[in-house]
Structure formats: C-alpha cells, structure tokens
Design a binder for this molecule. Structure first.
Ligand SMILES: Cc1cc2nc3c(=O)[nH]c(=O)nc-3n(C[C@H](O)[C@H](O)[C@H](O)COP(=O)(O)O)c2cc1C
Length: 209
C-alpha cells in the first residue's frame, strides 16, 4: 500500500488530486448521534443532535459530545448541570434533523421538531417521548479542545455521567438489549449521509483470552 493518498489536514484536503470534499467525517463513520435535550434557565426546552458523541466509560457510564462553538446545549448544560441523551432511530430521523436548526435560544426545539417531551426521573430536562432509549445525565466536565500548538479551539467537549437509563421493553430479548431492534441511525459524511443499523449488519467476534 505505497500509493496511498496523503495530506496534512492543516493544509486542506485539496493536496490530494480530485479530492474536492473533506473526507474526514466520511472516514470516521458512521457515528452515533448524541441527541441531547437540555433546559435553559428560563425553562425553554432545547434539543439538538451532536454526532461528535460517544460512550466513554462503563462504570460509571460517561458520555460525551463535542460542540463546535459555544452552542445552546453547552450553555444550558453549563448553567443547569444536566442533560438527556435520546436514541435517534429511523422513525425519528426527520424530527432529529429538524432539531438541528440554528434557532434563537428562546425557541422550544421540541415544538420546533414536532416532538412530545416526557418527564425524566432524576434530572430536569425532558426526554424525547417517542425515543425508545434515553440516558439521564449529570454534567461532570467540560474540556475546551486545543491543537498541538496549545492554542485553544472554539470546540467544547461536554462530559456527563449517566444516572438513569430508560429502555423500551420490546428492545430486550432473553435479557439482552438488541441494538438493531431500535433501528438506530448514525451519521455518515457529506452534507447528509446516514446509516441505519439493521440485524444483517451484525457479526460476532470474541476478544482473545
Ligand atoms: C446529525 C447531526 C449531527 C451534528 N453533530 C454536531 C456535532 O457533533 N457538533 C456540533 O457542534 N454540531 C453538530 N451538529 C449541528 C448542531 O445540531 C446544530 O448546530 C444545532 O443548531 C445546535 O443546537 P443548540 O444550539 O440548540 O445546541 C449536527 C447536526 C446534525 C443534523
């Protein structure tokens, strides 16, 4: 494999002939979607998808997402200390996308996306009622990202501990959560590529002992 394309991202991807579009988020894909609900201090419900999102630890469970810019979700979590992660499924793709609209902080983004909220048990922000899985989270850390020169970037990694988990019973079979049964959607690259997880994508492999 000596003829691989190579470029340095700081100089842009156009060093590779014919590579008109930045491949980065198509390569690290598909990414789970952090569909994050929060409350503003005045009680306004906020909802937004973040695909720079993942589960980072088992015990305690820690999830994190990166906001490129100081967005309303970050402001709300900083002020209120809580958020909910909602599973984005194929059925909820359109409202998930609608909740990405850049609107003023005072806009109720559940209403904007045509979604009902359901009360959480341990935190104040509501969960998306139609989503079959939700994690109630308390904010643990905010890390402002920086580059190799130590310069701070306008990107904020928000971490939170999962303190409560809601799961629709139909997703559990023989005691195990069935990932594909929820038809989760994941973000690919480009302006609008997504992947849906279905049972035929599954293969099994155990770790070496
Ligand atoms: C599928 C999807 C994934 C997204 N992922 C991110 C992300 O990881 N980081 C980010 O800053 N914005 C991301 N966005 C854009 C935000 O959702 C958008 O800026 C939104 O308006 C932020 O809402 P807020 O200001 O209410 O938090 C994504 C949008 C979509 C549709």
């Amino acid at each position: 494999m000596s003829d691989l394309h190579f470029y340095e991202p700081r100089n842009g991807h156009r060093d590779v002939p014919g590579l008109a579009h930045d491949p980065l988020n198509s390569i690290v894909a598909p990414r789970p979607i952090g569909w994050i609900s929060t409350l503003a201090a005045d009680g306004t419900r906020n909802l937004a998808p973040y695909s720079f999102f993942t589960l980072l630890n088992y015990r305690p469970p820690i999830v994190g997402f990166a906001s490129i810019g100081w967005k309303d979700s970050v402001a709300n979590i900083t002020a209120m200390g809580e958020f909910v992660w909602n599973l984005a499924t194929r059925d909820l793709a359109a409202p998930m996308n609608a909740s990405a609209a850049m609107v003023a902080a005072g806009v109720d983004e559940f209403e904007l996306a045509g979604l009902e909220g359901a009360p959480s048990r341990l935190v104040a922000p509501p969960r998306v009622a139609a989503s079959p899985v939700a994690f109630e989270c308390r904010h643990t850390q905010t890390l402002r990202l920086q580059g190799i020169d130590g310069a701070e970037i306008d990107t904020w990694l928000i971490l939170g501990e999962v303190v409560g988990i809601h799961i629709a019973p139909h997703l559990i079979e023989d005691g195990a959560y069935r990932t594909a049964a929820a038809r989760p959607i994941l973000r690919g690259g480009g302006p609008g590529d997504y992947f849906e997880i279905t049972e035929d994508a599954l293969f099994k492999m155990r770790r070496p002992a």
